[in-house]
Design a protein around this ligand. Sequence first.
Ligand code: ATP
Length: 295
Amino acid sequence: TMQIFTPLNFLGFVYREIRGAIANINNLFTILEKRSSIEDRPHAPALSIQNRKLTFSQVSFGYDEKRLILQNVSFSIEPGQKVAVVGESGAGKSTLVKLLFRFYDVSNGTIFVDNTDIRDVSQQSLREAFGVVPQDTVLFNDSIWENVKYGNPTACDEEIWHAIRQAQLLSFVESLPEKENTKVGERGLKVSGGEKQRIAIARVLLKNPPFLLFDEATSSLDTHSEKRVMEAINQVAQNASTLIIAHRLSTIVDADRIIVLHQGEIVEQGTHSQLLINNGRYAKLWQAQLKETSH
Ligand code: ATP
């Protein structure tokens, strides 16, 4: 049980002064459910994806005119890459996602999918291009099988088993009293946070989307469970361009690029080892985490 608190200890250590704010973190699922007030352009075509490249180009944004939340943010995710965004609470990580899904439009700059400005295509087609693993996955009161199948209702049995295996769920499913027919959800078996995330990952595997958005849970995955979730994520990431909103640095050491956001600006970006050599903000966070976990 000590292990379970490690991530929270880490967050508390690194961002002690803002720990309270982290507890109130915006849950991506709420974001996704929110109705957008942005209208499609008349006759906006569906997004067509060739390369799976995602680009933020000099993006600035404020919820109101008085305060810019993102300033001149530029980065791209090359096809198949895994890019992580880190930064303290309030740095603007969720805002990036809200812009990407067009819950708001940028104030300046452009977000591109391949060479298409996302304002030029239908929002529905844009959102369909993303598989999302939210912080907190909603399970239906149904079998674990149906909960996975929800990712693609037309998938055949073999594909569903494949997704269960790749999402590191097979031994869990086999341990259940009624195997894949075991009921989960509020009125069924309660599953752990890590298992829930792996069910979400299995859904996304079935969907096989060109883009993957992983909103890492802020708390309560033990080290072993966290490792299994990341292994599962890496399975989906093989076929997708992936954006990870990260809360723990240990899960993103293998990212192709790490973007360090601070007060709405990118203050550093690079691989884990480049950022350690830079010896800047990221390196400080990393050192803090090492100290914390060695105690
Ligand atoms: P956390 O890790 O806590 O989720 P974050 O890095 O995701 O933080 P954002 O949620 O993007 O940060 O918030 C960035 C800033 O924008 C914060 O100062 C926040 O108060 C502000 N903000 C977020 N949503 C709104 C909104 N709907 N209206 C006005 N301001 C907002």
